[in-house]
Design a binder for this molecule. Structure first.
Ligand code: ADP
Ligand code: ZN
Length: 611
C-alpha cells in the first residue's frame, strides 16, 4: 500500500539520487512523473525517443524502492556494458544470460538472493525456465522494467517471440510495478504493446518524438561514396558514425573505400563471423571516432551516446526504420547529422523487391505503403521534421534544422517533361510491345544515337530527341519523382523496366498537373558544421580535445567504452566551465559522487595544465 507520506517524500528521494549518483541537476521531460508513478508502485508505459533518458526512469525507482529492479532486455551483447556503466557510478548491477558460465551465474544468483543487487538484467528467454521464476521468488523484486517493449509487436520489425510471454510477470507477481519502455511506436505499435503486455491499467507517458539536435538531410545520389566522404571530411572528421548499406557486398566495399581514405571504418553484417562482428562492435563502442559500416542488422540497443552521424547510402524501407536508425545519432543531445543519399535506382530496386517478396497481396500492399511514405519524405518540399513527426501523429512547425528548412528546394511544373517521358513509354509499349529501363528512355528523349538505340530503330520514335530542355541528371530526377508519386511503375519482370500506372492516364490527357522538386545547388546547400567541437567557442576546443585524450587513456586501461568514463556532454561542460576545485567540478552535469572521487583530481590536473 502506498500512503500519502510516500507520495510526498518520493520525489525528493528521486531527485537526491539523480544528483548524488548520476550527477545531474534536474529531470527531463516526463522523467520525474514516470519515476514517481513507479516509486509508488504503479505501472507505466513509456514512449520516449532515443536519447530521451529512458534508463533513469527505471534505474532511479530501482534504487529508491526496496529490493532489486529486474530489467528484461533482448540485448544480451550489451548487458556487460550496461552493467559496467552502472558500476562506474556505484550502482550494484549484474546480469543473467547465456554468455555466462555456471560459476558466474551462481555468484549473481547468490547476490540477488542476499539482496545485494540494485539492478538485475535478464534476457527474455530466461523467463521460460521455471528455475528463473523460482529464483526471483527467493529475493525481493523492486520492479520489472521491460526494455525495448516494441519487441512484443508482431507488426513491427524487431519482433521477439519470447516477449509474448512477458504478460506472465503480471500474473505471477501482480503486486510488483511494471514499466515498459520503447523508442519506436506508431499508434498501431502502441496499441499492440498495451494489449499484449496487459498495460491497459498503466499510466501512459507519450513524449514528443522530436530529436531537435539531429539535423535531417536527404540528398540525391550521384557518386555516393564521394558524397559520403565529403560529409565525413567536411563535417565529421574524427567523429563516431554509422553508415547503413542495404547489402553485405556494399558494406564491404564502402568500409574498404573509407579505410583507403584514411578513415577508421569497420564492417558489420550478418554474413561475418560472430566473433568478427563482436570484435567490431566492441571497437566501435570502446574507441573514439570509429565509423561502423553496416546493414540494419547492426544497432538495436546500441547505447553509445556520442554517435555524431548516421548516413544511409540506400533508401530505408520504411519511415519507422529510418527514424529508428537515424535515432542512434546524438543520444547525448549534442548536435548530430542524419544524412541520406537516395536516387532513381533505389526506387526501382525497392519496387522490384516488393514485387518479388514472399507473402500475400496484403503483405505486399503493406510494404508498398511503407515505401510510399518513405518516398514522400524524400521528395517533400516541406520541412523534413514536420513530415517525420506527422508520420508519428505529431503536428509541428518548420524546424530550421533540416535541409529543406536551411535550403528550401523549389517546386516546378513538370507536367510537360512528364508527358514526354510517359508518351515515350506508351509508344514503345503500344507500337512495339517493348519495355525499357530509365536510362534507355532518357537516351531516347535526349536524342542519343548510341548502338542500342540504332539497333532498335528507336531514333524513329516521335519522342526521339524532344527532351533537350533538361540534362541527363535532371531527367533522372524526373523519372525518380514520377516513380515516387506512382505516376510511373516498375514491371515485375525483374529487370526494372518501366510501365504506366493507372494514374499515368491523367498526366497524358492533360487533366493532371505534375508538381516536381528542383534540387537546390549543391554548393549552396552546404549545411553548417555540426560537430561537438564546432559547437564550442574556439578557445574551449583545445581543452575539450585534451579531455577526450585523457578519457581515451582511462577507458583503455579499464577496458570499458569511453562514454562509460564520461559522456561528451560532460567533457564539454568541463571545457566550458574550467573548474578549479572539486566543488566546482561536482557542479558539472554528469559528475556524480563516485566519479568525482575516482577522477576528480586527475580532471583538475588536466584543466590546470591550461590548454
Ligand atoms: P534512452 O535510453 O532513452 O535512449 P538514455 O537513458 O541512454 O536514453 O539517456 C540518454 C543520455 O541522456 C544519457 O547519456 C543519459 O545519461 C543522459 N540523461 C538522461 N537523463 C538525464 C537528465 N535528467 N539530465 C542530464 N542527462 C540525462
Ligand atoms: Zn525543417
Amino acid at each position: 500500500m502506498t500512503g500519502p507520506t510516500d507520495e510526498r517524500t518520493a520525489p525528493a528521494t528521486a531527485l537526491e539520487t539523480l544528483h548524488r549518483v548520476f550527477g545531474y541537476d534536474s529531470f527531463r521531460g516526463d522523467q520525474a512523473e514516470i519515476i514517481q508513478q513507479v516509486i509508488v508502485g504503479g505501472d507505466a508505459l513509456v514512449l520516449m525517443p532515443t536519447g530521451g533518458g529512458k534508463s533513469l526512469c527505471y534505474q532511479i525507482p530501482a534504487l529508491v524502492r526496496a529490493g532489486t529492479g529486474v530489467v528484461i532486455s533482448p540485448l544480451i551483447a550489451l548487458m556487460q556494458d550496461q552493467v559496467d556503466a552502472l558500476s562506474a557510478v556505484g550502482v550494484r548491477a549484474a546480469f543473467l544470460n547465456s554468455t555466462q558460465d555456471g560459476a558466474e551465474r551462481m555468484r549473481v544468483e547468490a547476490a540477488y538472493i542476499a539482496g545485494e543487487l540494485d539492478l538485475l538484467y535478464l534476457a527474455p528467454e530466461r523467463l521460460r525456465m521455471s528455475s528463473t521464476a523460482d529464483l526471483l521468488d527467493r529475493g525481493s523484486i523492486a520492479l520489472f522494467a521491460i526494455d525495448e517493449a516494441h519487441c512484443v509487436s508482431q507488426w513491427g520489425h524487431d519482433f521477439r517471440p519470447d516477449y509474448l510471454q512477458l504478460s506472465m510477470l503480471h500474473e505471477r507477481w501482480p503486486e510488483v510495478p511494471r514499466i515498459a519502455l520503447t523508442a519506436t511506436a506508431t499508434e498501431v505499435t502502441h496499441k499492440e504493446i498495451t494489449r499484449r503486455l496487459d498495460l491497459g491499467g498503466a499510466r501512459h507517458f507519450v513524449s514528443s518524438f522530436d530529436r531537435p539536435n539531429i539535423q535531417y538531410r536527404i540528398e540525391s545520389k550521384n557518386q555516393p561514396m564521394q558524397q559520403l566522404l565529403t560529409l565525413i571530411r567536411s563535417e565529421h572528421a574524427g567523429d563516431a558514425g554509422i553508415v547503413y548499406c542495404l547489402s553485405r557486398a556494399s558494406v564491404e566495399k564502402t568500409a574498404e573505400f573509407l579505410v583507403d581514405q584514411g578513415i577508421t571504418a569497420l564492417p558489420y553484417h550478418a554474413g561475418l563471423d560472430a566473433s568478427v562482428r563482436q570484435r567490431n562492435q566492441s571497437r566501435f563502442l570502446r574507441e573514439d571516432g570509429v565509423v561502423m559500416v553496416a546493414t540494419i542488422a547492426f544497432g538495436m540497443g546500441i547505447d553509445k551516446p556520442d554517435v555524431r552521424f548516421v548516413a544511409h547510402l540506400d533508401l530505408p524501407k520504411s519511415v519507422e526504420g529510418y527514424y529508428q536508425e537515424t535515432g542512434r545519432a546524438g543520444r547525448d543531445g549534442l548536435p548530430s547529422t542524419a544524412w541520406l543519399a537516395y536516387g532513381l535506382q533505389d526506387v526501382v530496386q525497392q519496387r522490384r523487391m516488393i514485387d518479388q517478396s514472399e507473402g500475400d497481396r496484403a503483405h505486399r500492399m503493406r510494404l508498398s505503403q511503407h515505401l510510399d511514405a518513405m518516398l514522400a519524405l524524400c521528395e517533400t518540399l516541406q520541412c523534413r521534421r514536420v513530415q517525420l513527426l506527422a508520420y508519428f501523429g505529431e503536428t509541428s512547425t518548420a524546424c530550421g534544422n533540416c535541409d529543406t528548412c536551411l535550403n528550401p528546394p523549389e517546386g516546378w511544373d513538370g507536367t510537360v517533361p512528364a508527358q514526354k517521358l510517359l508518351s515515350t513509354v506508351v509508344r514503345l509499349q503500344r507500337e512495339r510491345n517493348q519495355r525499357f529501363g530509365a536510362q534507355h528512355l532518357i537516351d531516347i528523349l535526349l536524342g542519343k544515337r548510341n548502338p542500342r538505340i540504332e539497333a532498335q530503330g528507336h531514333d524513329a520514335i516521335s519522342t526521339f530527341g524532344i527532351g533537350g530542355e533538361l540534362g541527363e541528371q535532371e531527367w533522372r530526377g524526373v523519372v525518380r519523382q514520377l516513380l515516387a508519386q506512382g505516376l510511373l511503375g516498375v514491371h515485375s519482370d525483374g529487370y526494372g523496366t518501366l510501365i504506366l500506372t493507372d494514374a499515368s492516364a491523367g498526366v497524358l490527357d492533360g487533366s493532371r498537373r505534375v508538381e516536381l522538386r528542383r534540387e537546390p545547388e549543391r554548393a549552396a546547400r552546404r549545411a553548417k558544421k555540426s560537430t561537438v567541437a564546432a559547437s564550442l567557442p574556439g578557445e574551449a576546443v583545445p581543452l575539450f580535445e585534451k579531455l577526450r585524450e585523457w578519457r581515451a587513456g582511462v577507458a583503455r586501461e579499464q577496458a570499458v567504452p569511453a562514454y562509460i568514463i564520461f559522456g561528451d556532454a560532460t567533457l564539454r561542460g568541463i571545457a566550458l566551465s574550467k573548474p578549479d576545485s572539486l566543488t566546482e567540478l561536482a557542479g558539472v552535469s554528469g559528475v556524480g559522487e563516485k566519479k568525482l572521487e575516482l577522477y576528480g583530481e586527475q580532471l583538475l590536473e588536466v584543466v590546470a595544465a591550461g590548454y
